[in-house]
Ligand binder design. Sequence first.
Ligand code: 1HN
Length: 377
Amino acid sequence: MTKYDTFREEMAGRANVEDSPELIAYYRDLERLKTGALWTVANKIEPWQPKSESVPVIWRYRDLREHVLRSVRLVTPEKAGRRVIFLENPGRRDVSAAVGWLYSGLQVMHPGERATAHRHSSSALRFIMEGSGAYTIVDGHKMTLGANDFVLTPNGTWHEHGVEENGTPCIWQDGLDIPLVNALEAGFYAVHPDLHQAVGFPVDDGVSMWGAAGLRAHQAGWDKPYSPLFKYQWEPTYDALENYAANHDDNPFDSALMHYTNPVTGGHVMATAGASMQRLRPGFEGKAHRHTGSFLYQVAKGAGYSIIDGHRFDWRERDIFCVPSWAWHEHVNLSSTEDACLFSFNDLPVMEKLGLFYEEALADNAGHQPVSSQPAL
Ligand code: 1HN
């Protein structure tokens, strides 16, 4: 029995007042006083269970890539600030979100280009999709980036990006909590006074200080509310997943799922955003579950499909798809010989801190959703 089964969906006890001429006149009077009667909105503002405005969407890289590259000829990073094509969920256009309160976009930079340094109240992360020579500088720490590397630019940190002269065109996915910060009306933004920041440490110093599994440097000190390990490289991540998968049973929903962590606390990488990488073993057919929290996935490796709220979404490397809060979802690796890896980021730290995380497995139909013959939006 899940926590949710304790809530019963009965009309008794819920607002059920019929309009009458007197009531309508009364509502008009209340409106003039900038007030309202709760029973006219109660059922809408307190749904029986989470009702996401977001719809499941897949953004296929083979459709998007050429348009992302097209922007290089149309705008410069100097003029655009950041040259980004953002992902717009049809249910969340009003807040420019890709799902729930999460923003995401694809950013492209050519060799020799660099974007100016700025900082803001939003926390950001990036997952590298293609190209070589990309780098990010966070509070003076410069990091080199390759495909499937994951990098943080936590809130309040000065950050800028570029691609070295001898690199190739680079594309990465940005993820930010901007819609959430805007909803909370808490966003500040500043451009660096010198437009660029000095590199104050050896390149990739954070990885050598914080990146060794199970070890902590004697001189390491940290009291910020985000991970000091700004960069999580693909090779050790994949090694860890393979090792874990080889020695542990599959999780029925996620096969082998590991979370990027703050090495100081063992918890989420940032205060408002968490991120994970999962490996679906060859032939994996996950069962359906749902939980609160919004998720954006990027296919880091392989091909398969996910069924999200009864719609099937076929994906392959670099495709991005979202799972809205409380949507049923199950993942399948189509290959019987190759594994598939899914990167994802989410707002779970917020859900957990606010005591709003709930999860349940699909009990019916052996844990699998019926699939609709209608296409998704
Ligand atoms: C931002 O800082 C970046 O640093 C990318 O590359 C996208 C979208 C909205 C607000 C800040 C970046 C962003 C952003």
